[in-house]
Design a binder for this molecule. Sequence first.
Ligand code: F6R
Length: 360
Amino acid sequence: MEAPLDDLERVKTVDRSGMLEVQMSMPEALLNARRLAEEFLERGEVKGLLEEEPSALVVAGMGGSAIGGELLRDWLFGSSPIPIHVSRGYQLPSFIDEMSLVFAVSYSGNTEETLSSFQDAVSRGCRTIAVTSGGRLGEMSARHGVPCLRLPRGLAPRAALPYLFLPLALILDEMALVSGLEKELEEALRVLRGLRREVAPETPQADNPAKLLALSLSHTIPVVYAPRGYSGVALRMKTQFNENSKVPAYRAVLPEAFHNDVVGYEGPRELLGSLSAVFLRDGEEDPRLRAKMDVMRGLLEGRVRVLREVWARGEGRLARVLSLVFLGDVASTYLAVLYGVDPTPVESISMIKGASANPL
Ligand code: F6R
C-alpha cells in the first residue's frame, strides 16, 4: 500500500473507539474547559482558598491526570512565582502543609493513589480542590466539604487533557500567579486550529506532519528528548506512544541526558537499530543547549534507526507547549493505526488497577 494513513476507512476501522475525533476537537475542548472553570470560579466555593498566595502548588494525580500538572510546569517554566510540584503516589511530599494549594486530580475519580493523596491533603489541612468527572473522589470531596470541579464524563482520562490542564491554569490566573493567560490562549487556539488542518486525516500523508512522524517511528522504540521547559510535553508524548500506539517509549530531559544517556549510544548496533530519537525543539532554546544538542544529534546519526525533530509553533509559551502536545497526540493515534490496534483501550492499566490490596 502506498499511503496507508490516507485510507480513511482503515483509519476509522482501526480507531473504532474514536480517539482521533476527540483529539481533533482539542480547541473546542479547551473552550469548553474554560467555560466550566469560569462557572466553577463564579460559584465562589473556592474564593476563600484563593485569597492568600500559597507557598506551593501541588498537582496530585496519576498518569493522564498528572499530565495537566506537568503542562502547568512547562508553561510556567522560568516564570512561576511559587514552586509547582506534581505528586504521583499514595502520599504527598513532607514539605506540603496548610499553606499549600493541592489539586487532587483523577479523571475517573477512582484511582487509589490519588484518593490516598486526597485524604493526606485533607488531613494535613491543605487548601484542596478536587478535579474529577465523579467516582469516589466526587463522593469524598462532597463528604469533606472540599470544592470539586466536575468534568464531563465519557472520555479516556488521557483524552480529557484540555479539562485537566486549562482549569488549573485559570485558577492560577484568578490568584494573579500568572499574567496574560487570555491572550496566550487566544494565540494557542489559533495555532492549534492551523495545525489541525495540517494533521487532519483528510490531509495527505506527504503534507501531514503527524502522519509523517508516525510513519518514521513505525517499528521502532521512540525516545523523546526535550529541554527542561518541555519535559512534561515529552512525557506526554512518551505516554501517548505507550497508551495509544501500545509500544515501549521513553523520555529523557536535556541537558541532563548529555551527562549519561548519550553514552548508551556507544552500545551494540543491533540494540540501537530498534530505537528512534525524537527531539522536541523550540526557536528560543538556550544557545549553549543548542550547541550541545547538535553534537548529540551527530553522535546518534547513523546509530539509531530514525532521528527526528519536532518544532514547537507559536510565540507564547502556551501555544508552543500545546502545539507539541497536539502533534504528538495525533501522531500516536496514526502510529496505532499503522500497527492495527485500537488506541483507546488500555487493558494492562485496568488489570494492574484491579490488583489493589484494598479494592475500591
Ligand atoms: C488512561 C490514562 C491513565 C489514567 C491513570 C489514572 O487514559 O491515561 O494514565 O489517567 O490510570 O486514572 P485517572 O486519570 O482516572 O485517575
